[in-house]
Design a protein around this ligand. Structure first.
Ligand code: GLN
Length: 455
């Protein structure tokens, strides 16, 4: 009830939610009855959960921030949603996002932007700005996001929250409306590292419905976070800083908070090591070929026949005319831009030059990570180059928007886990800054240990 009241009071300004669950109190009451009846319930039973609208739900519309899916009701729940329900979490609503998760500011939502609770004239990050803003504004204690190039970690950075992108295959993508299938991962957005670990324990693990789901048995991430908060995990920890990541391009306050966090770790016994990752800086270029290529094929299913909107331009229109009119009306500019980029990059004659080269860069980035992780336990970077920018500031300049993800994208290209932890405020604007830690694939628990020790 307190969270619903808070949503009523502040969401008119923040606009974190696209839909609020009118059944939330009944679901909560039911869980309470089960508890009173003596049922063994998990640690998060009864806790409200905000769900990014990229995740399909049977009881609330799922639009992925797009007009083309306005009002769309899914016949099934995403695995992360069904697991959350089974653990007794109470779905609070669906959160706003850039259309089909394309963006870094939530300004590309077809339903209007979300605003950063720290300063309503500023962006909450993207694409999962709604989830991060809901948590930062105390509208929800926990949220689910998705991260294809940074959409969990960058919103966490600009809103002073914790965002975790798991190892690729660690959390099911079943029922996550696909942006780029080889990059997408679902994960938690929370206020503390322990909260993220608790939620990750609920949603993670093998799912036969997702062909890329790992069959690993994972350790408890909540236990890892508790261990990090109480143990002496920083002593002897080797923390890699990437030599090629230029200090320029980063806002001074972001660099300052990053260096201060490293100094604090060193004071507790961590060893800060400079490592080389020469291909890291080509991540954005490779990503903006691979992502549009995959996205253009994934979005081909919005054909006016199987899902969502249908526009009939005139009587007697052909199938092609209906499809074209529907996609013209249903997709926003950024989606169209990426479909055009993707189909171009995949076309005969260009495939090797663009998509093929991008895949080679992806392999080089993976080898950079392998080499780095032979020398250090974790890598550390600022989570994004700047604090929250103003609404509208980068909207007309897609390249500036894309460059936001310079430090987050490599993890998606390599499939490794990454976490963004609040690292204080930038002195020049008083806005939150995050520090990102990256670990080898499957070592998600290490990030919870280190994250909880640092926060
Ligand atoms: N900002 C990046 C993009 O626009 C990342 C998006 C994401 O992680 N979903 O593609």
């Amino acid at each position: 009830r307190a969270h619903l009241d808070r949503i009523r009071d502040v969401d008119g300004d923040v606009h974190a939610f696209l839909h609020v669950n009118d059944q939330a109190l009944e679901v909560a009451a039911d869980i309470d009855r089960r508890r009173v009846a003596g049922e063994e319930l998990g640690a998060l039973a009864g806790v409200p959960l905000a769900i990014k609208d990229v995740l399909v739900t049977t009881d609330m519309p799922s639009t992925s921030g797009s007009r083309i899916l306005e009002g769309y009701m899914s016949p099934y729940d995403a695995t992360v949603v069904s697991r959350s329900r089974a653990a007794g979490l109470v779905p609070l609503g669906k959160t706003n996002m850039d259309e089909f998760a394309m963006g870094s500011s939530t300004e590309h939502s077809a339903y209007g932007p979300t605003r950063n609770p720290w300063d309503l004239d500023r962006i909450p990050g993207g694409s999962g700005g709604g989830s991060a803003a809901a948590v930062a504004a105390f509208e929800a204690p926990l949220a689910l996001g998705s991260d294809t190039g940074g959409s969990i970690r960058q919103p966490a950075h600009v809103t002073g929250t914790v965002g975790m992108k798991p190892t690729y295959g660690g959390v099911s993508r079943y029922g996550a409306i696909a942006l780029a299938s080889s990059l997408d991962q679902v994960g938690p957005v929370t206020r503390t590292v322990l909260d993220a670990g608790l939620l990750h324990d609920v949603i993670g693990g093998h799912d036969p419905h997702d062909a890329t789901s790992l069959e690993d048995v994972w350790p408890s991430f909540a236990d890892a976070a508790r261990d990090g908060a109480t143990g002496d995990v920083l002593r002897g920890l080797r923390v890699g800083v990437i030599a090629e990541l230029p200090d320029s391009g980063f806002q001074p306050g972001v660099s300052l908070r990053f260096r201060a966090a490293l100094d604090a770790m060193a004071a507790q016994g961590a060893e800060i090591v400079e490592v080389s990752a020469p291909h890291f800086e080509y991540g954005v270029a490779a990503y903006y070929l691979i992502l549009p290529a995959e996205a253009s094929s994934n979005l081909a299913k919005f054909d006016s026949v199987r899902f969502g909107m249908r526009v009939i331009p005139h009587a007697g229109a052909t199938v092609e005319e209906v499809m074209a009119a529907t996609r013209e009306a249903g997709f926003g500019d950024e989606v169209k831009r990426r479909v055009i980029l993707g189909t171009y990059a995949l076309s005969a004659g260009y495939y090797d030059a663009y998509y093929g080269s991008a895949q080679k860069v992806r392999t080089l980035i993976q080898s950079d990570f392998d080499a780095a992780f032979s020398q250090v336990d974790v890598l550390a970077t600022p989570s994004a180059p700047t604090t929250a920018f103003r609404l509208g500031e980068k909207l007309d300049d897609p390249l500036q928007m894309y460059l936001n993800d310079v430090t987050t994208i490599p993890a998606n290209l390599a499939g490794v886990p990454g976490i963004s932890i609040p690292a204080g405020l930038a002195p020049e604007d008083g806005l939150p800054v995050g520090i990102q830690f990256l670990a080898p694939a499957r070592q998600d628990a290490r990030l919870y240990r280190v994250g909880a020790a640092v926060e």
